[in-house]
Design a protein around this ligand. Sequence first.
Ligand SMILES: [Zn+2]
Ligand SMILES: [Zn+2]
Ligand SMILES: [Zn+2]
Length: 326
Amino acid sequence: MKISYHSPHEPNCSICKKQCRFYDSLREHLIGPLPKAECAKQFSERGCSLCLKVFPTAQQLNNHRAACQSLPPLPAISGLRPSLVNKRNQAEKEQILEESSNKSNISGIAMDCEMVGGGRDGSLDLCARVCLVDEEEKVIFHCYVRPPIPITDYRYDVSGIKPEHLMGGMPLKQVQEKIQQILYNGEAIWRIRLKGGKAKVLVGHDLDHDLQCLGLEYPTHLIRDTAKYIPLLKSNKTSNSLNYLTQSFLGYKIQNGTHDPYEDCVAAMRIYKKMRNEDHSLSATEFVPENGVYSRMRQKELEKMSPEALLQISQSDFYCWCMDSR
Ligand SMILES: [Zn+2]
Ligand SMILES: [Zn+2]
Ligand SMILES: [Zn+2]
């Protein structure tokens, strides 16, 4: 099958319809450096600097702006003193977990880890804190993690983690079990790998690294990573920072000083939802490849296909997150 690198899933200029592989390229096209003059002019009058869409009238842009711009979330866990976090009893934690696994309407879970250093020079990343947030931005699991090997650098300036935080931390093994319970809904991993199962979509920034530090695996087709998603990459195909993405797409700053895993989870979740809500006006014809094998496939049949199968026959060469909202 011939793969076209232009599809309705790629960011495009509302004015000249030019398709870009990355939002960063579209931003350059509309704002600069070296923008296309006519598009830049219209964009400066009626364009939204966050989603890069251009509206027919200035009034429509004004109406849109309030919905496009988000405010930083209120701290949900960072305000807790270490002693309180540690004393939070097990029953309460279990209950939080219970409620979240019963809620069938949750489809995405954002996760973020804070790392401390291990090894002789402190360069080995060890997960010391983990947070999981649902689509409504509620914390469904948060704990300090007791790493399995000695910590040689707490990296306090970034991690905000002190020895007393980890004293009552949960052993890594137990943390792994909790996270698996949340993500897999108690289903076996093989079932999820083969059939999609009832597992959650895992959202985050550079999740491979977080998963590796947690000693966990997760099926690739269920990962929505803001550091890997093609439209969110820099034009040289490397990852943008979560801070940059949050400023560019959500309109506020994060990670001022020590990192707050809740804040990072919320940012990744909001960016994911923003990408998922993109209206790419899909139609069945879009899935028709050159050789016409799928030309008689009806929309209903396409809808029943797994995300992987859809990707294979779709004309874009990446899985567009808008497919998650179908
Ligand atoms: Zn799309
Ligand atoms: Zn243009
Ligand atoms: Zn916008």
